[in-house]
Design a protein around this ligand. Structure first.
Ligand code: LER
Ligand code: MN
Length: 271
């Protein structure tokens, strides 16, 4: 019904909610062995990705890449689509153009999450306008390569800009590009959406990617979210793409990775 993917990254990644970190080949092998169909790749620097090597490993394990995560570019280098420092903003746009180039042969989406910046101390309407301009530039690159960008509402403790689905929809409509869609993350939704299921219905067909984590960012099933209800709404609205787990490696990476796939398969079998 939904394909399952795990977010993986390099060992130096400063973002905690990535269960599998280390040598790319080891992470990919582990995800494959546990039964995942895809791996979402999270890199700080897109210019350091060896695409030929990557494609060889992916072919060896017959895994897809549903999306390229970009938040590490902000966390490691402060590249941000809303930065008041124009060199950091240009760098974020250039980095996204490079991510888009990498995404094309992988048939992957490109995530617009933390790379929009935290927007502390910038009036929200000003940050919204700057983000709109930056996204227009990125969408031009995405359109020319047939790649889709996915804008992700994030909780208020990570950014002041676009915390709820409703705000992300406003941006998607303002930019008005067929290559800009939504990514919803159950962890952020649990904090920000009054009723998760209603927000999923509101976003409907514009949802192109889903991050899953439980209420505490542990593996689905280890918190209090009602995944049966969430997944049945996704099914109802015709969502058919990946559920990609962006979770803490707790109690340890292997247990979290295995628990995610076992739990989600069990839920999907009941839908
Ligand atoms: C950050 O909390 C997150 O959910 C990432 O997907 C954003 O880049
Ligand atoms: Mn996420």
């Amino acid at each position: 019904m939904f394909k399952l993917s795990m977010v993986v990254s390099i060992k130096e990644a400063v973002f905690e909610s990535i269960a599998l970190k280390g040598r790319l080949e080891d992470c990919i092998r582990k995800a494959y062995t546990m039964g995942y169909e895809g791996v979402e790749l999270s890199f700080p620097n897109p210019w350091k990705v060896d695409i030929r090597h990557l494609k060889r490993i992916l072919a060896d394990y017959d895994l897809e890449v549903p999306a390229l995560s970009t938040g590490l570019s902000y966390l490691h280098y402060k590249w941000s689509l809303t930065s008041t420092d124009s060199s950091l903003r240009s760098k974020a746009i250039e980095a996204l153009e490079k991510y888009i180039e990498l995404a094309e042969p992988l048939n992957a989406l490109v995530v617009i999450g933390l790379i929009r910046g935290e927007c502390k101390g910038i009036p929200t309407d000003k940050a919204f306008n700057t983000l709109e301009q930056s996204l227009r530039e990125c969408c031009r690159a995405a359109e020319s390569r047939g790649v889709t960008l996915v804008l992700e509402p994030l909780n208020r403790y990570e950014t002041r800009l676009i915390n709820r689905v409703e705000e992300a929809l406003k941006m998607v409509h303002r930019v008005s590009s067929d290559n800009l869609r939504l990514l919803v993350d159950t962890f952020h939704m649990n904090i920000e959406e009054p009723i998760i299921e209603d927000s999923l219905r509101l976003a409907g067909k514009l949802i192109a990617h889903v991050h899953v984590a439980d209420s505490n960012r542990l593996a689905p099933g280890m918190g209090h979210l009602d995944f049966k209800s969430i997944l049945s709404v996704l099914k109802d609205i015709g969502y058919k793409n990946y559920l990609s787990a962006e979770i803490l490696p707790i109690p340890d990476p292997d247990t979290a990775t295995r628990a995610t796939i076992e739990y989600l398969r069990k839920i999907m079998a009941c839908l």
